[in-house]
Design a protein around this ligand. Structure first.
Ligand code: GDP
Ligand code: MN
Length: 389
């Protein structure tokens, strides 16, 4: 789960990470009021959306007068901001963060991620932070500092100092950088984060250290024990297809193609996407119906898949172990009738109660397309979607 920049900053500041003063605004009037609370100096008006690269998309505006603040707020609120991370649809700006402007001397990149290969938290830092970090990490990978944290002892002060020295900052800055780095680490660990990114972490002309931007993501499987994190969720920033399915206990990820997938097991769901691609088609989603799925759950899955208006054909692929093919088949038949589905539905069943399952489909009188293997099912689904297009 992602959260907004202002939310991440608030969390991080509780762990001792210095942030600029700022306030939230939902209207141009509130924006100027928030700015007046900060004093009379320049402010930065920042669009709050679940995406980075807002600066390059015009979502970050430095304002020197009340009129400029009002204009910036007016132009951003209610608009869909398209960055190169949002996709062409963009993301709706409904909140602004108004922050006192900072005199930047140096922009540092600081990131914390789970490194799955080493099963450790990895700290990544670069002296060349700011808006072009992707380019720099591609062109000069040797300038990136990497430190991995031993989970038995946690991150140590000396490791934070190593990062600070590696960044080549003045000794007086090192002592300010170390608590900021340690604070981010503690926030990552204590809040079940999967990512913390400060880009840029700034050294100001006045020789202080502040997090000018902040991004955090959280492990959704841990949200049950982090209610104060769970409540930071902003559904308006999520793919509505995913919100719908996930709110109904389905494991669903939206994709860009036109073949809807109803599959059991995450591994088989991934394999199904691969097979569709191999057959020359594009999947519309990843969906794992889970084990022991009832006919009702299958219908729920069909409903979720059909909310995507790009879907032209549906592929059901079930390898039943704990599941039962007869239940799934009943679910498929019920769904087609109940939801009045007219698009082609391709079904491949294997495993527990497969014969009973096939019979239910055959005797339904519906024109379901059957397949014996995954490859055959994928080919048939791709052909059906192409015909319907
Ligand atoms: P992002 O583009 O979504 O990553 O948004 P950021 O919050 O990182 O802002 C983008 C860029 O705007 C930063 O890298 C800074 O260079 C610049 N910026 C943001 N806040 C300030 C500020 O207070 N003063 C100045 N001079 N530049 C700022
Ligand atoms: Mn940034």
């Amino acid at each position: 789960m992602d959260i907004h920049e202002y939310q991440a900053k608030e969390l991080l500041s509780k762990f001792g990470v210095p942030i600029p003063r700022g306030g939230l605004a939902y209207s141009p009037e509130q924006a100027t009021y928030r700015a007046s609370e900060l004093g009379s100096g320049p402010v930065v008006v920042k669009a709050q959306i679940h995406s980075g690269a807002r600066g390059k998309a015009g979502g970050i505006k430095l304002c020197k007068s009340e009129q400029e603040i009002e204009d910036a707020a007016e132009s951003l609120l209610g608009r869909k901001l398209v960055t190169h991370q949002t996709g062409p649809g963009g993301k709706l700006v409904s909140r602004l963060y108004i922050e006192e402007a900072t005199n930047i001397d140096k922009e540092i990149y600081l990131g914390f991620v789970m490194d799955r290969a080493s099963e450790r938290i990895m700290v990544v830092a670069s002296a060349a932070g700011g808006m072009d970090i992707e380019e720099i990490s591609a062109k000069k990978p040797d300038t990136i500092i990497r430190v991995s944290v031993d989970p038995a002892v946690g991150m140590q002060q000396f490791q934070a100092r190593e990062i600070a020295f590696g960044l080549g900052v003045d000794p007086e800055i090192v002592n300010k950088l170390v608590p900021a780095v340690m604070g981010c680490y503690r926030a990552f660990r204590d809040l079940d984060a999967t990512m913390v990114e400060i880009n840029p972490l700034v050294i100001t002309k006045e020789k202080s250290v502040v997090a000018l931007d902040a991004k955090m993501s959280f492990d959704e499987n841990a949200l049950f024990r982090r209610p104060h994190i769970a409540e930071l969720r902003d559904k308006s920033q999520e793919d509505p297809r995913e919100t719908y399915a996930n709110d109904r206990g389905l494991s669903y990820v939206g994709l860009d193609g036109d073949i809807g997938c109803v599959v059991n097991g995450a591994g088989l769901a991934m394999a199904t996407l691969d097979m569709i691609k191999l057959a020359g088609g594009e999947p519309a989603n990843f969906l794992d119906i889970g084990g022991g799925a009832s006919p009702e759950r299958v219908t729920k899955s069909f409903r979720a898949v059909l909310r995507d208006k790009n879907v032209k054909a549906i592929l059901v692929n079930v390898f039943a172990g704990i599941n039962r093919c007869d239940w799934v088949a009943k679910g498929v038949v019920d769904s087609i009738k109940e939801l009045k589905i007219t698009m082609p539905v391709v079904v491949r069943l294997a495993g527990t109660n497969v014969e009973e399952g096939r019979k239910i489909i055959e005797h339904s009188g519906l024109s379901v397309i059957s397949a014996d293997t995954l490859a055959e099912a994928a080919k048939k689904a791709v052909a059906a979607a192409k015909n319907a297009a």
